[in-house]
Design a binder for this molecule. Structure first.
Ligand SMILES: Cc1ncc(COP(=O)(O)O)c(C=O)c1O
Length: 342
């Protein structure tokens, strides 16, 4: 079975498992796990922030950034279908007490964000943070343009807002643009990154920011029940992923382009531009295609009745990826034909 539903479905390679088994560990609640500390230092250096904290998930990393930089009653500006708005179980409202103002598109400009800033009056919510997602997951893995980020940073500084980067897939954005992770992250006050998406580690994320913010995040992580003990085992997987799986992301991007090109060649299918490892295609009968794919041995998802989404990653983009492409094309072709009564 080829699983193209998400890049979160990867399983640790034998080499990653060996690195995890060999990890030197200690009690991280005492801050005595040397592998966790090594990962946090490496990530802070890579992202170009003074400090980083290893956390269980991208959701926890985003929520700690909100908790550290907003107050209850505040409003956060973020892109359409941003993970922090739509896929974190309402945590922004439940934990930080914030509400969201959503831009029209996944990618937005400073002037769009500016239009959403609330009037400064005691009876309005206080706009206090702008969140950017790069790459944008539901936006089809699109890279958020760095020119927009630069303008958003000017706006945020002028207005006294914090600027947060949901960089769950910043590694993909870096490979796609040829810009360093530090360069992409530089304008942001806080950054979350994930090791369990395209990098292929079994779990773990980090939230990065100033020393003061990360000290506060450490306390908040404990409050949320996120203090873990000999978690160097997971940090070793993340370190292995950063060293060995980051350079191979270009391969996943090339695979996504090949898959997109094959789908675009089918009549009745329109493929959105592909920047990284996510392919979004419009076609009639999305659900029937997904069902047929499952019967044929390839999993992908329907985002809407007329939209499918396929994600490439290290478990599928090996030599047999051409088989996966052929199966997806067959599933789509057959369901389109059936839909037409053919
Ligand atoms: C852009 C983005 N941010 C955050 C997350 C949350 O990560 P996790 O599933 O580790 O909580 C995801 C998960 O898919 C994501 O795509």
């Amino acid at each position: 079975m080829f699983d193209l539903r998400s890049d979160t479905v990867t399983r640790p390679t034998p080499e990653m498992r060996a690195a995890m088994a060999a990890a030197e560990v200690g009690d991280d609640v005492y801050r005595e796990d040397p592998t966790v500390r090594r990962l946090e230092e490496a990530v802070a250096a890579l992202v170009g922030k003074p400090a980083a904290l290893f956390v269980s998930s991208g959701t926890m990393a985003n929520q700690l950034a909100l908790l550290c930089q907003t107050r209850p009653g505040d409003e956060v500006i973020a892109g359409k279908s941003a993970h922090v708005i739509a896929y974190e179980s309402g945590a922004g409202a439940a934990l930080s007490g914030v509400q969201f103002a959503q831009t029209e598109g996944e990618i937005f400009t400073a002037s769009e964000a500016e239009r959403l800033i609330r009037q400064r009056a005691y009876y309005c919510p206080r706009t206090s943070l702008i969140a950017v997602e790069n790459t944008h997951n539901m936006g089809g893995g699109r890279v958020f343009p760095q020119e927009n980020v630069a303008e958003l940073a000017v706006l945020a500084r002028r207005e006294g807002f914090a600027l947060h980067l949901d960089g769950a897939r910043i590694w993909n954005a870096s490979v796609a643009t040829g810009k360093g992770v530090g360069e992409l992250a530089a304008p942001f006050d806080s950054v979350s990154v994930c090791f369990s998406k395209g990098l292929g580690a079994p779990a773990g994320s980090a939230v990065c920011g100033s020393e003061a913010m990360i000290e506060r995040a450490l306390r908040l992580r404990k409050m949320l029940g996120g203090g873990m003990r000999q978690v160097g085992i997971l940090a070793a997987g993340a370190l292995h992923a950063l060293e060995h799986h980051r350079p191979r992301l270009a391969h996943d991007h090339a695979a996504a382009k090949a898959l997109g090109a094959r789908l675009a060649a089918l009549e009745g299918v329109t493929v959105a531009p592909i920047d990284t490892n996510i392919v979004v295609a419009k076609l009639a009968c999305a659900e029937a295609s997904v069902r047929r794919g499952r019967e044929l041995g390839v999993l992908f998802s329907a985002m809407a009745h007329d939209t499918v989404r396929l994600v490439t990653h290290l478990d599928v983009t090996g030599p047999r990826f051409s088989d996966a492409i052929a199966l997806v094309a067959r599933a789509v072709e057959e369901s389109l034909r059936e839909g037409k009564g053919g």
